[in-house]
Every structure is written in C-alpha cells, then in structure tokens.
Design a protein around this ligand. Structure first.
Ligand code: GLN
Length: 487
C-alpha cells in the first residue's frame, strides 16, 4: 500500500516496527503538498527542511527503542496554535511575521508522542468564520470540489487531511470550527470536553468556549491524537484535573441497546433535504443495529446562534485587546500615528480584517455599561438554560445525534455577502461549546456527491464513551472511510 493511503495508526505501527522510516513518511507527504497544495491552499507555512530534521530526530528515538504512539506521523497544525520558531499568524495581517518563543502544550504533547509538525494550516482570521474565507492570506478549497469551501474556521486543517497532505491535524473549536469543516470535507473531527485539552498556547478567541481537537480519516486515528493531546495542564487554569483520554476500550462500543436522542430542532426546514436524507439513513442503520432512537425537542437550540454571537464576540473583544501594535502587531510609525491612541488605532485599523473588526465592535457594545445586563448577562442566562436542557436529555439518553452542518460544502463566495446565513450554519454545533460537551463529526454519507457529517454529542467527560459510540457507528457506515479524489 502507498504511504499516503495508510491511516495514522498504521503509519505509526510501521515506523515503530522499522518497516518504514520517518523520513520516508514525511517525504511522501511533503511531495503531495508540493504537488497539490497550490490548488488546495491548506497551508500557510511549510518548512520542508525543518520537517525532515524533526523526522530524523523521531527516527533516532525509535531506533533507541522508545515506544511512540504517533511514531513518525505527520500532524498539520492550525495557525492559531503556537509553535516555537515557526510563524503563527492566525491568518491575520496583524500577526504577519510573528514567531512564538514557545510551543503550545498540545505541540509539546504531539512531539512527545513521536508526531511531526508538517506545517501550519489556514483558517478564518482569528478563527472567526465558517468558510476559511476571512483569512487575510488566501482561500482554501475543498478537496471534494475545488469550487467549494472546506468550511471553517479550521478549513486548512480539514482540507489537509482530506487532501492526503497529513493523516492527522489539530484545529480549534469555539462554535463548531472542528466539526463543521470535518463534515464538509468528509472526515472525522472531534471536540473534547471543555478543559480536557490544554489551551496553553492557543491564541484565545472565546476563552469559555475554545477547545483544541483532532481531525483524521478514522475515529481510531482521531482518538489516538486526542489521547496524546489531553490531560491536566497546570499552565491552563481551566484545564480539568482528569487523565488523558483513555483508548483502551475504543473497540468495545456497541449500538445495540444504545439510547439516542435526535432533536427536532436540528432536522427542520433550515436543514437541506439532502442532508436530512443522509441523517435519516444513518438513524435507520443505528436502529437496525439495535439502538433505540427517540425524536426529542430541545427548544434552546433555536437560541444558540443569537446567544453565541453575543458571548463569543464579547470574549473576543477582550482577548484581542493585546493586538495593539505595541505588544503584538507591527508598530506603526510613531510620528504619523500621532500619540499612543493614534498608534493603537492605526495598528488595529490596518491589521484586522472586516469580520474581526465587526466582532470586536459587537463584543465591546455588548459589554459596555448599560448594555451588559441586556446582552451579555442575558446571553449567559440562556447559556445556562441550554446546558440544563441538554443535561436533562443526557440523563435519559447516551448521545444526541443530528447533522453537524445544515448544508453540504457551499460554493466559495456564495455566503460571503450574507453574514447572517453564514452564522446560521453554526446552529447544530454551538450547543456543545455552550455546555462544554464533547462532540464528534464523522462522515454519514453523501448528498449530490458531497459529504454529509453526522454529529454525536455526549455529556461532560464522556469523551471515551462518545469515541466508542462513534467507532461503533463508523463500522455501520459504508461511506465513512471514503476518501476525496487525489487530483
Ligand atoms: N463559525 C463560528 C464563528 O464564526 C465558529 C468559529 C469557531 O469555532 N472558531 O464564530
């Protein structure tokens, strides 16, 4: 079998057994990036020499007898995760040329597990968007159809895996940015329980919602990277005091006897008929395999988008205050800037794109005196109601199942002029961030030749259980492992 066709787990086993060298693995992937990424645009930075040096260092550890769960496996990293010595731009002009002096905890963990950082991937600027079109640098295209968006904001990380540039990648998910691009690119994307993966070194967007998580071609691969990149981190004050994700029972999940809830609010008119048909077919397979499926109502789902678009911008407006042309960002010419305020204004005016500016303005407004109670406080109350409604469902059901995205991959440019339509796409993914719940998207089938993701959500800290269920469902779905054409 060709190197590019192997799963991450197979690659790691072969490198560990010294049937394949880490060098051969990265060379195959670097070659594919060289051959096709000009068309896809998944990466912002790839440094082949550095990648080869990393591969040789991993090889030396394998040769010395070290057991490494990700031995020689290339991992593509979203460009809002700090990498020592490698530019980290958040796809923003304001961070052009910024090279972090340290690695995020997840990067240290990837390296400790024997993984190789193959490059940094494109995203919506500061992870704000659902199409990767707000990147200040370039577009990313969907490997299934180059005229279409890979989704976002982690569109580069999803496209990199779907295109075969890396078997694994990391993204971040504030309102769906791992699961939605996984859905649109036909791969697996997992957002762990809030606090299971360290956020240390992730450039903050909405701190109470942000979570790092893996992409891969199979649930097993994703679980393997999740296991390597979770666990308590004293450098992140919101990190949970829980061990890394445990893979030992991944194969033990069964659909027989499983209680599944399907919220009506996720399968209404806003969901494309082709997407609904795939989800109905997945439900039928789950029932055939012995699961019980009930239609339920979770009314707060309808309030998710409005609530999220208060909370996330509010937190962003505070987090992005540090990009002022003094601490971060190119410093404008002092004389032309006319004093401190002028300097900050110039840096932000030229450094941020329109989507980021809009969010900072909305967030600042929502937090300002006199409006705080009406907007931010109110949104937090709705968030609490939403969490309670889902917790009530999780008392009676093992998982909530529905579409990840109400639509398949849309044409690049189609939603760009309609910010509301773009934001409504987040309706099914937002609840997991609001409640901190773990959630995973895997490919449920195809509508008009384009992949349709099915989302599973579980209660807080049920990550292992959710991965087991996803693995069991994956076994029932013939299309789950279909890969995009490598043209
Ligand atoms: N699409 C959502 C937004 O634009 C989610 C982004 C994310 O999860 N980073 O905010």
């Amino acid at each position: 079998m060709e190197i590019l066709d192997l799963t991450a787990s197979e690659l790691a086993a072969k490198v560990q057994a010294r049937e394949l060298s880490a060098r051969a693995v990265v060379d195959a992937h670097l070659g594919e990036i060289e051959r096709r990424d000009a068309r896809i645009g998944a990466f912002l930075t790839v440094d082949p020499e550095r990648v080869r040096a990393e591969a040789d260092a991993i090889q030396a550890r394998v040769d010395a007898g070290e057991a490494l769960p990700l031995a020689g496996v290339p991992v593509a990293i979203k460009d809002n995760i700090s990498t020592e010595g490698i530019a980290t731009t958040c796809a923003s002009k304001i961070l052009r040329g910024y090279v972090p002096p340290y690695d995020a905890t997840v990067i240290q963990q990837v390296r400790a597990a024997g993984g190789i950082v193959i490059g940094k991937t494109n995203l919506d600027e500061f992870a704000m968007g659902a199409s990767t079109e707000t990147s200040a640098y370039h577009l990313t295209r969907n490997p299934w159809d180059l005229e279409r968006s890979p989704g976002g904001s982690s569109g580069g990380s999803a496209a990199a895996v779907a295109a075969g540039f890396a078997p694994l990648s990391l993204g971040s998910d504030t309102g769906g940015s791992i699961r939605q691009p996984a859905s649109l690119c036909g791969i697996v994307g997992f957002k762990p329980t809030y606090g299971r993966a360290s956020r240390y070194g992730l450039v903050a967007f909405g701190s109470s919602l942000d979570q790092i998580g893996p992409f891969g071609n199979t649930v097993t691969d994703v679980a393997r990277l999740a296991a390597a990149t979770t666990g308590h981190d004293p450098l992140d004050s919101t990190s949970l005091q829980t061990p890394p994700i445990d893979l030992s029972q991944l194969e033990d999940g069964r659909l027989a006897g499983l209680r599944i809830a399907v919220p009506d609010e996720m399968l209404g008119d806003a969901t494309e008929p082709g997407v609904r048909a795939v989800i109905e077919a997945v439900i039928a397979r789950a029932i055939a395999a012995g699961a019980t499926v009930d239609r339920v109502s979770i009314p707060s789902i309808k309030l998710g988008v409005t609530t999220y678009y208060i909370i996330a911008p509010a937190e962003a407006s505070s987090n992005l205050g540090r990009f002022d042309g003094i601490r971060y960002g190119p410093r404008p010419d002092n004389a032309a800037a006319k004093g401190h305020i002028g300097l900050v204004e110039q840096a932000r005016e030229h450094g941020f794109g329109p989507e980021v500016k809009t969010r900072i303005m909305i967030g600042t407004y929502a937090l300002s005196a006199g409006y705080y109670d009406a907007y931010y406080l109110r949104a937090q109350q709705v968030r609490a109601v939403m969490r309670q409604e889902f917790e009530g469902i999780f008392h009676r059901y093992d998982v909530v199942l529905g579409p990840t995205s109400p639509c398949v991959a849309f044409r690049i440019g189609d939603l760009n002029d309609d910010p509301l339509a773009m934001k409504l796409l987040d309706a099914c993914t937002i609840p997991a961030n609001m409640g901190g719940f773990p959630a995973i998207s895997l490919n449920g089938g195809f509508a008009d030749g384009l992949p349709v993701g099915v989302q599973l959500m579980g209660p807080v800290l049920a990550d292992e259980e959710l991965l087991r269920i996803a693995r069991a469902l994956e076994r029932e779905l013939p299309d789950a492992s279909r890969r995009a054409p490598r043209t």
